[in-house]
Design a protein around this ligand. Sequence first.
Ligand code: ZN
Length: 242
Amino acid sequence: MENSAVLILSGGIDSSTLLFLLLDREYEVHALTFHYGQRHSKEVEHSIMVAESARGRGKVFHKIIDISSIRELIMKGSLTGEDEVPKAFYTEETQKRTIVPNRNMIMLSIAAGYAVSEGIREVYYAAHRSDYSIYPDCRKEFVKALDLALYLGNLWTPVEVRAPFVEMEKSEIVALGLKLGVPYELTWSCYEGKDRPCLSCGTCLERTEAFLKNSSKDPLLSEGEWERAVEIYEKMKAESPV
Ligand SMILES: [Zn+2]
């Protein structure tokens, strides 16, 4: 289908921005959100809110895919297992603990199968560069290799993987999203499953940094929470070896 795209939507900042970018480019978007056995369903709830709000901008189909039955196979990562979520900027060591093994490959593979069955040729995901990140499946080498594999594996109905943010920092993504009017108050990043963001896990810190670099308040947070988030960020930054 011309001008249709499958998008992996997590309900976080990056994939929500990509959703609004695709709609701005007049794509019909088939957003897939994976419930892969995260400790909490906060991300899933927020992906629903983001997709609903995006319907004002264009055609959006949203499906929640429950792959939580693989939980017992992959539960060693701290997103699904018993480990504590690290309370600091990511280091190579702490970030490794948050990796769900082969997560992007699993999700992209399902997304590509869905794309083929719907006659859609492009699959998008919001991999990006980060000072703290070591996720190998967010690097452009991985995107290129998977793109080739999907082409070869579906020769008669080729599917392309696109990761337009792969060379961008989170703050650059937020800069783009602020221009596009992405409703960041509906997005969720924290790895803790609490009612409100913890403000001090690796993703919360990255989120605070991204808005700070844009001289902008995170609209998800109240004034008081934002002040605290900035305080925590600055304290951690001063103590951080990075
Ligand atoms: Zn957090």
